[in-house]
Design a binder for this molecule. Structure first.
Ligand code: ADP
Ligand code: GLC
Length: 496
C-alpha cells in the first residue's frame, strides 16, 4: 500500500510529546513490511536542515485558503527507508515553536494547519518520489490529531467532487481528544470552503469550528491509540464533549496500542546511560545508573528507592496528585526525580515543583525543561516510574520504563490500563502497580504497595521488573492493526 502520513510532529525532526514519536515510528515499521510510506509535516524553524540532512526536492506549488495563495517548497530527508517531506513556509520556518511561544499559542494556527493539510493532499500529485514520478492517486491518507483533521474534510469537499482521489480513503487517528482544534466560527471564511461544510454534520460546533470533530465525521476509518481509550471516549465522562459523535461512528473506530522504537529505547545500546544493560544484568546495570544520576543531581547516594517521572506538566498527567504527594514521598525517605515542562498556561506547576525541590533538597529534584538525555537517564536509574494520568490515550513512558526494568505505578486508565498488568499478591504475575480513583490518596496507596514490595519482597519486585523488560512492546503488532484499518478504509471507497 501507499500511505501518506500527515502530522504536525514527526520525530526525530519535531516532537513535543508522543505524537512525534509515533508518527516517526509507524512509517518506518510499515516500510519494513513492504509498504511505501511518506510523511508530510511542517519544517519548523527549530529543525536543523544540516543535522538532519534535509534537502530541497525542487517541488514548488501554491495552495489556496480564504486568505489567499500560499506558496510552499517541499523539502525531504530519508530515514529508515522513509521519505520524510517537509512543508517549507515562513509560517513554520520563521518560528521555533511548534504551536506557540512564550507569549502563548500562535494566533494563526488554523491557517498554518489548514495549509499543512492542503499541501499534504497535493503531495501525491505533485512531488516526485519514485524514479522521478509522484505517488499518484492510489494512496491512503493517514491524518493525525486535529492539525491534520482537515485532510478527510478537504478530500470530500474539494477533491472527490472533481473526480480526484475517488478511491483514496483517509484514516484519522486520535492521539489526544483534549485538543480538538476549536476556532471562532467567523474563521470559517479562512478555509475557503462552501458554506454547506459549516454545518453540524461537519465543521460547525456550537457556533465554532471544530476540526477534529469534522474529521471524525468524514474519515473512512478512525483509530485511537489504545483499546481502552477507544471505549472510554464513547462515554459522557471520557468523551471531551465528542462522545455522541464517536458513538455514531463506533463501527469505524479501532483502538491500537502504541509500540516503542526499539533502537531509540534500548538499555543495551542507549548512548545516554553510564552503564548499558539487558535483562541478564539489569540489577547491576540499573544500580550503576542510579548512582550516576544521584551524583549528577547532587542527591545523597543512599540505597533508598528512587521514583522517576517524565512528561508534559499538564493537568492530563495528574501533576496535581504528584505535587500534593511530594511531602509524603519525602516522609517515606524516598528520592523523587521529575523531568517535565509546562506550556505557559500551566507555569504554576513548574513553580510548585521548584519550590518542593527547595523544601526537600535531599529527596526531590525537579528538572524543568525538555531533555532526551535526562529522560533516558531517569528511565534507566529509577526503581519506580510514576504516571498518575487523569486520562491517557496510550502513553509511551510506561512502555519505556518497563523496557528499562523500571516498575511503573500508574492510574488504571486508557493505554496505561492496557499495558501495565497489576502485580498479583498471590501469584507471580504482572508488571506494575495500578490504582483506580483519580486522587492523591489512591495514588499514595499504590506507591505504598510498590515501596513495600521493593523493601520487603525484593525478589518479587525484581521478577516484575524482568517481566516488564521481556514484554513485547515493539511496533510490529500495532502496525499489523494499522494495515488492517487501511484495508478496510480502502474497501469503503471501492479500492483494493
Ligand atoms: P504525551 O504524548 O501525552 O506527552 P506520551 O507518554 O505518549 O505522552 O509521550 C511523551 C513523550 O515525550 C515521551 O517520548 C517522553 O519521553 C517525551 N517527553 C515528555 N516530556 C519530556 C521532557 N521534558 N523531556 C524529554 N522528553 C519528554
Ligand atoms: C498523545 C497522548 C499519549 C499518546 C501519544 C501518542 O499525546 O497523550 O497518551 O501516547 O499521543 O499516541
Amino acid at each position: 500500500m501507499r500511505v501518506v502520513v500527515v502530522s504536525s510532529e514527526v520525530a526525530p525532526f519535531s516532537k513535543s510529546g508522543g505524537l512525534g514519536d509515533v508518527c516517526g515510528a509507524i512509517p518506518a515499521a510499515l516500510t519494513r513490511r513492504g509498504h511505501q510510506v511518506v510523511t508530510v509535516s511542517p519544517r519548523y524553524g527549530s529543525i536543523d536542515l544540516q543535522a538532519h540532512r534535509i534537502t530541497d526536492t525542487g517541488a514548488r506549488f501554491g495552495v489556496h485558503t480564504g486568505s489567499g495563495r500560499h506558496d510552499v517548497a517541499i523539502l525531504r530527508a530519508d530515514r529508515d527507508g522513509v521519505p520524510h517531506l517537509f512543508v517549507e513556509h515562513p509560517m513554520f520556518s520563521g518560528r521555533r515553536g511548534l504551536y506557540g511561544d512564550e507569549r502563548g499559542t500562535f494566533k494563526d494556527n488554523l491557517l498554518r494547519f489548514a495549509v499543512l493539510s492542503r499541501v499534504a493532499l497535493e503531495v501525491p500529485r505533485r512531488v516526485p518520489l519514485i524514479d522521478g514520478a509522484p505517488l499518484g492517486e492510489q494512496v491512503v491518507f493517514h491524518a493525525n490529531d486535529w492539525h491534520a483533521a482537515l485532510v478527510p474534510v478537504l478530500l470530500e469537499a474539494v477533491y472527490r467532487p472533481l473526480g480526484i482521489y475517488a478511491q483514496a480513503p483517509s484514516v484519522l487517528t486520535v492521539h489526544n481528544l483534549a485538543h480538538q482544534g476549536v476556532f471562532p466560527g467567523n474563521d470559517f471564511a479562512s478555509l475557503d470552503l462552501a458554506p454547506r461544510w459549516f454545518t453540524p454534520t461537519c465543521l460547525e460546533w456550537y457556533g465554532n469550528l471544530n476540526l477534529l470533530k469534522a474529521g471524525l465525521l468524514t474519515a473512512e476509518e478512525l483509530t485511537t491509540v489504545s483499546p481502552t481509550f477507544a471505549r472510554e471516549i464513547m462515554t459522557e465522562s471520557g468523551g471531551f464533549g465528542l462522545d455522541a459523535i464517536l458513538r455514531i461512528r463506533h463501527d469505524r473506530m479501532t483502538g491500537i496500542l502504541n509500540g516503542i522504537d526499539p533502537t531509540e529505547w534500548n538499555p543495551a545500546t542507549d548512548p545516554h546511560l553510564d552503564r548499558r544493560y539487558d535483562v541478564t544484568d539489569f540489577v547491576a546495570g540499573k544500580a550503576q545508573n542510579k548512582r550516576a544520576l544521584q551524583a549528577e543531581l547532587g542527591l545523597p547516594r543512599d540505597d533508598v528507592p528512587l521514583v522517576g517521572s517524565v512528561g508534559r506538566l499538564d493537568p492530563q498527567k495528574g501533576v496535581e496528585l504528584i505535587i500534593e504527594s511530594v511531602p509524603w514521598l519525602a516522609e517515606q525517605g524516598v528520592q523523587f526525580v521529575l523531568l517535565g515542562s509546562a506550556a505557559p498556561a500551566h507555569a504554576r506547576y513548574e513553580h510548585a515543583l521548584r519550590e518542593l525541590e527547595r523544601r526537600y533538597p535531599n529527596n526531590v529534584r525537579a528538572w524543568i525543561g525538555f531533555s532526551e538525555r535526562v529522560a533516558h537517564r531517569i528511565e534507566a536509574a529509577a526503581d519506580l516510574f510514576l504516571m498518575p494520568s487523569k486520562f491517557e490515550p496510550s502513553g509511551l513512558n510506561q512502555l519505556y520504563s518497563m523496557r528499562y526494568g523500571t516498575v511503573p505505578v500508574v492510574r488504571s486508565t486508557g493505554g496505561l490500563a492496557d499495558s501495565v498488568t497489576p502485580l498479583d499478591p498471590q501469584q507471580d504475575h504482572g508488571t506494575g502497580f495500578r490504582f483506580e480513583a483519580f486522587d492523591g490518596a489512591a495514588m499514595r496507596d499504590a506507591l505504598y504497595r510498590a515501596l513495600w514490595t521493593w523493601k520487603h519482597q525484593k525478589d518479587r519486585f525484581l521478577r516484575a521488573a524482568e517481566r516488564g523488560m521481556r514484554k513485547d512492546v515493539s511496533w510490529d503488532t500495532a502496525v499489523a492493526g494499522y494495515e488492517h484499518v487501511y484495508q478496510r478504509a480502502s474497501h469503503r471507497r471501492g479500492g483494493l
